[in-house]
Design a protein around this ligand. Structure first.
Ligand SMILES: Cc1cn([C@@H]2O[C@H](COP(=O)(O)OP(=O)(O)OP(=O)(O)O)[C@@H](O)[C@H]2O)c(=O)[nH]c1=O
Length: 592
């Protein structure tokens, strides 16, 4: 890449750097660019949590800095510069964004966090091309970011404080300046050094090539003058002249409007040119993008990435690729996605599981959700792919599908059981202890699958005998979900269909994750069958997430566990359960 012709493209344009950073000014002027400096008054206080990535935050801040300068200059002399450049540098570590420290203690907190570790430095850049016609300002925004990895050595407390006392950290993102004394803290750098200093010159020049030789429209996003968001400013307009410094011929266009009030946080500025920014639609973007994250998680689980890393991590991408028999490039990308999703950690030694992944995404272990993930990948994913036709044609379309072959349906059932087993193991204790069931001596878990909840109930209540009632083809596989030689005390399994067969006798019926599977008429039928099986006893009724208009038997206690399902009992439940947890009561109303 020949640089001077690129920079030369800007020679006859009025270029403004919307930044007070002396480092940015130096980098750009040393590259031969001629420009003016008009520091932006945009307050860097966007809601970080509203951005999907740290660099999206840096880019947006850079853009707002530049937009603020462009619109202010346009208002002042009704002529905006040709090009305005904004930039924002942030340091990120462990999902946290570090900007300039507020004071020495803040600098100490930042540097301690970075001590001995690798972190990312992102600079977001916005290049705005302005065009004023008939008093109207149109702007084309081109934006990009650059990431550089920086590793700090292990540093002593004394050294950190000596560095802080030098005063250098205070105007620098992350509390250090790599180009000066801070260079002593740094063990190595991966990527563009100047990006850390405050401006990714190389990427900037490449962007200019794209824009000018010839411009590629897909890199340029047209922003109409009307859509310039409102900005918060630090100073009143008259302060501007003090901050503006010229590098080239000074045409900053600041007219020193004295005594003019700054635009309020929400209000338009004096010329009515700046409008309220629309709220950033991060929830919507998450909805749009969410399936990609799910599929990346499903794929990593299926390829046993979390198992490999649990046993042998940390490992480099190339080693993981070999172990899972996949391409190095594809594996590297998948691993990086998992890092971004918080499932893996990446260090110098390679990729490793987070605790969350080791506990829940490896295939073995009491808290494993591997089966639950596999079920969603192999079953729910396909079902949802057909959602449009299900909506168009109605549920009868699914009913009209050809019968699947029995071995396939057996596999599907086992997958489903594995999914339910994993999930129930995770929640069983909470469900079993959400109510005080100690007065009961017998319970029946309807559709209790592998008995994971029944087992917990039996463990929690030493007097309780629990029957698991489920389809014969489910009961047939139960033993494979429990340790060999497992002899459950006070727990037994009865095959049957709760819509057809007599329900086993019990004082308490448990329906956990059952009712949501059925349409209202079926729910009514099932609850009526349960109601008929209940023996006379004190009465308590609760309505919760579903409005149960069943013929509720005066003989049965009936409670709804919103997170888990329904418990029907005939014991003395006339008082609200004292062991009910706050988190379990959401949306539930009690009436005796
Ligand atoms: C990591 C690092 C950062 N910096 C400086 O940190 C400021 C970041 O803050 P910003 O908000 O992006 O810029 P600013 O200085 O406030 O200026 P402005 O863009 O006008 O808001 C910029 O200065 C950078 O050089 C260094 O000089 N060296 C380093 O190693």
């Amino acid at each position: 890449m020949v640089l001077s012709p690129v920079i030369g493209k800007l020679l006859h344009k009025r270029v403004v750097l919307a930044s007070a950073s002396p480092r940015r000014r130096e980098i750009l002027s040393q590259a031969g660019l001629r420009f003016e400096v008009v520091p932006s008054r945009f307050k860097e206080k966007l809601d970080k949590a509203a951005f999907p990535t740290p660099y999206a935050y840096a880019i947006e801040t850079a853009k707002q800095k530049a937009l603020e300068v462009a619109s202010r200059m346009h208002q002042k002399d009704l002529r905006a510069p040709d090009v305005v450049i904004g930039a924002d540098t942030i340091v990120t570590i462990g999902g946290l964004i570090l900007e300039k420290p507020a004071d020495k203690q803040d600098a100490y907190r930042m540097l301690s966090r970075l001590n001995g570790k690798e972190h990312s430095v992102f600079t977001g850049v916005a290049i705005i091309h302005c065009c004023s016609e008939d008093g109207q300002l149109d702007m084309d925004v081109c934006e990009f970011h650059e990431e550089t990895m920086v590793k700090f050595s292990e540093l002593s407390e004394d050294l950190l404080w000596e560095y802080i006392d030098s005063g250098e950290p205070m105007d620098k993102a992350g509390g250090y300046g790599i180009q000066a004394l801070g260079g002593m803290l740094v063990e190595c750098v991966r990527g563009d050094f100047l990006n850390v200093v405050g401006f990714p010159l190389n990427h900037f020049c490449k962007k200019l090539v794209e824009l000018y030789c010839p411009p590629r429209r897909e890199d340029v996003q047209r922003v109409k003058h009307e859509s310039i968001p409102a900005v918060d400013t630090f100073e009143i307009a008259s302060d501007a002249a003090q901050g503006d410094e010229g590098c080239g011929p000074s045409r900053a266009g600041v007219d020193g409007h004295s005594g003019q009030a700054p635009a309020g946080p929400q209000g338009p500025d004096t010329n009515g040119l700046v409008e309220n920014p629309p709220p950033f639609p991060s929830d919507l973007l998450d909805l749009i993008d969410g399936f990609k994250a799910s599929k990346a998680l499903f794929t990593a689980c299926k390829l046993k990435v979390f198992d490999v890393l649990k046993e042998e991590g940390p490992l480099k991408a190339v080693d993981v690729a070999r172990k899972i028999n996949a391409s190095v490039c594809g594996t590297g990308r998948l691993l990086d996605v998992c890092v971004a999703l918080g499932l893996l950690e990446k260090t110098d030694t390679g990729y490793g599981n987070t605790r969350l992944a080791s506990r829940h995404l490896a295939s073995e272990g009491a808290c494993s959700l591997h089966g639950f993930v596999a079920y969603h990948d192999e079953h729910a994913w396909t079902v949802f792919t057909d959602l449009e036709s299900a909506v168009r044609q109605g549920p009868q379309a699914a009913a009209g599908r050809p019968e699947e072959d029995p071995s396939q349906s057996r596999d599907r059932r086992l997958r489903f059981m594995r999914a339910m087993h994993g999930l129930t193991q995770l929640t069983a204790r909470q469900v079993a202890t959400a109510f005080d069931l100690s007065r009961f001596t017998s319970a029946c878990d309807l559709g209790g699958c592998t008995g994971a909840l029944a087992r917990e109930l039996a463990r929690e209540y030493p007097r309780l005998k629990v029957t698991v009632f489920d389809l014969p083809e489910v009961i047939e596989h139960v033993s494979s979900f429990h340790p060999e030689g497992w002899q459950p005390e006070r727990l037994h399994f009865v095959p049957g269909d709760f819509f057809k067969d007599d329900l086993p006798d019990a004082q308490l019926y448990v329906l956990s994750r059952i009712l949501h599977d059925w349409a209202d008429d079926r729910v009514h039928e099932l609850l009526s069958r349960v109601s008929r099986s209940c023996k006379p006893g004190p009465f308590l009724r609760c309505s919760g997430e579903a409005d149960l208009s069943i013929d509720c038997p005066a003989k049965a206690g009936l409670q709804l566990l919103p997170t888990a399902g329904l418990v029907l009992g005939n014991g003395d439940l006339s008082e609200p359960p004292h062991r009910r947890r706050e988190t379990d009561t959401k949306g539930t109303q009690w009436s005796a």
